[in-house]
Design a protein around this ligand. Structure first.
Ligand code: DX5
Ligand code: ZN
Length: 223
C-alpha cells in the first residue's frame, strides 16, 4: 500500500483555540498532519451544530495545512462551492443530501478544490458508482455522522474493500477516506481493508500530545 494520510478532526479540539490546536499537528515528520479535517454541521442534516464558512476562512488564513471540509449539511449544492472558493483543499458533501452530486462535483473542481463524496454507514456504495467517477475522494463514515467519540462500525469495511478494488482495477480514481471511531486499535483493520486517508478526532485531540497521537496512528496504519 501507499503512505497513509492522517487527517485530525478539529471537532474534538478546543473551539476557543482552534489556531493553536491546528498548530499542534503542524510540526514535521510523522507527527505532521497531512490534512486537517473540519466538520461542518448545520443542526439539520445532523443533530449537532458546529462551525461554518467564516471560521473556515479564518483557519485558511492561519494554517498552511490543507483543509478537508466535511459538510454535514442540507442543500450542499448551494453551500459547498463557497468552501472551495475560499480555498479548502477538499470539500466533501453527503450523497444523502446532494440533489445533483455530479454537477456539484464539477462546481467544486471548477472552484479549485478536490471534490469529496461522503456516505453514511447504512448508505450502499453500489448505487453511486457512476456518480463517484466525478469525485476525487470517497469518505466512508464508520459512525453515524454528528458526534465525535463514537464506536467504530466494522461492517463498513466491506465498502472500503469494494472501493479499494474499484480503484485498484482502474474503475474509479479517488482516495478512500474513513471517518469515525479511528484510533490505534481500529486503524489497522481500516488500513488492511484499503483506506488511504484516516480521519481521527478524539484519538488525536483527546490525547495529551496530539502530535504524538498523529505519529502513532501513522505508524499503525503502515503496519
Ligand atoms: C463525525 C465527524 C467525525 C468526527 C470523528 O460526524 O464526521 O469527523 O470528528 O470523531 P472520532 O474520531 O472521535 O470518531
Ligand atoms: Zn468528519
Amino acid at each position: 500500500a501507499h503512505e497513509p494520510l492522517i487527517a485530525p478532526s478539529i471537532l474534538s479540539a478546543d473551539f476557543a483555540d482552534l489556531g493553536t490546536e491546528i498548530d499542534a499537528v503542524a510540526g514535521s515528520g510523522d507527527a505532521r498532519a497531512d490534512w486537517v479535517h473540519v466538520d461542518v454541521m448545520d443542526g439539520h442534516f445532523v443533530p449537532n451544530l458546529t462551525i461554518g464558512l467564516p471560521v473556515v476562512e479564518s483557519l485558511l488564513r492561519r494554517t498552511d495545512l490543507p483543509l478537508d471540509c466535511h459538510l454535514m449539511i442540507e442543500d450542499p449544492d448551494r453551500w459547498a462551492p463557497g468552501y472551495a472558493e475560499a480555498g479548502a483543499y477538499n470539500v466533501t458533501v453527503h450523497v444523502e443530501a446532494a440533489r445533483d452530486p455530479v454537477m456539484l462535483a464539477k462546481n467544486l473542481r471548477a472552484a479549485g478544490a478536490k471534490a469529496g463524496l461522503a456516505i453514511k454507514p447504512n448508505t450502499p456504495l453500489e448505487d453511486y458508482l457512476d456518480t463517484l467517477k466525478h469525485y476525487d475522494t470517497l469518505l466512508i463514515m464508520s459512525v453515524e455522522p454528528g458526534f465525535g467519540g463514537q464506536a467504530f462500525i466494522p461492517e463498513v469495511l466491506d465498502k472500503v474493500r469494494t472501493a479499494r478494488r474499484l480503484v485498484d482495477t482502474g474503475h474509479l480514481k479517488l482516495l478512500v477516506e474513513i471517518d469515525g471511531g479511528i484510533n490505534p486499535d481500529t486503524i489497522e483493520q481500516a488500513a488492511e481493508a484499503g483506506v488511504d486517508c484516516f480521519v481521527a478526532g478524539s484519538a488525536v485531540y483527546g490525547a495529551d500530545d496530539p502530535a504524538r497521537a498523529v505519529a502513532a496512528l501513522r505508524e499503525r496504519a503502515r503496519a
